[in-house]
Ligand binder design. Sequence first.
Ligand code: AFP
Length: 352
Amino acid sequence: MSTDRSVTPAKQPIVTKPSQIVTIDRYILEQQLSHPGASGDLSGLLYDIALTGKMIAREVKKAGLVDILGHTGTINVQGEEVQKLDDYANQCFIKNFDHTGRLWVMASEEEDDPVPIPEKFQMGSYVLLFDPLDGSSNIDANVSIGSIFSIYRRVTEDGRRGTLQDLLRKGCDQVAAGYVLYGSSTMLVYTTGHGQVDGFTLDPSIGEFLLSHPDIRIPEQGGIYSCNEGYRNLMSAGTRRYLDYLQEDDADTGRPYSARYVGSMVADVHRTLLYGGIFMYPATTRAPGGKLRLLYEANPMAMLIEQAGGMASTGREPLLEVQARELHERVPLFMGSKRDVERAIEFETGAR
Ligand code: AFP
């Protein structure tokens, strides 16, 4: 019998040292401190986005339990009315932002008109536009969805109310933009410009977003295209030729590309940011102006993509230069790796 009584030490759980963890609060504060003179209002808005994202994520997680917890419009076991998730997300944004004193006016993809700041609250100098729950037709299939936000400085000064003038802007005027992705984990990705895009993942055990993807850079060129090809026959000849080009066999240029299309813009653009390639929703004969909303979807995503080193275009002009004329205006779009978008533009404009 062996006299060796030593035992294999039990494996220690992997513990991240507190010094290695950067919470979103700390990150935002450090960013603010690097801009002497900052009022702290933009930081406050970003904290509120993080809170709103956490509140929506909590409800999204329960979406599959409707049969157990109750259907929309019914009263659940706690005696509360069960709200549609996109209504909940919309109300969550409005209620979390209307009283903070940081906003001049808001606009939501879910509301026909601008959302004013109630008289009883203080007014601020920023303007917030948001799509509270993008990709919501995917909810019942347990597919990733997201919230998108876009922040500008106000342009009007007079009176007690922000106006359409504050909201109908060019994307290049945005001071911050981002999204919260409700996927296999919840992530918040945002930029305040300066070529910096950062991603934070929600640690559900402490209820905090932690810096997980610092300084995201999109590859110069990718190998994935993301497009609803079901509408191929409704697209322009240029777009169809571009799709043909992506599908040709040419190992030297990395073709054919792989196709990936979730049908939730946040998920498709998130993958494009990380892996590169192109996300496109071009004009079709049924939707000649494109499908996606300029102010709530296209501009914020275009700012993120461009700040990460990519490119965003309508196919004919830089997306961020498009002057919005209507709150719910749509736009055709191509965004992603610079070389991929440049190539798409060549086909769209007939240069190729
Ligand atoms: P829903 O919010 O109605 O699901 O629309 C999602 C979306 O606005 C965007 O997130 C997708 O990229 C795009 O529409 C999908 O549109 P198609 O179903 O026409 O491909």
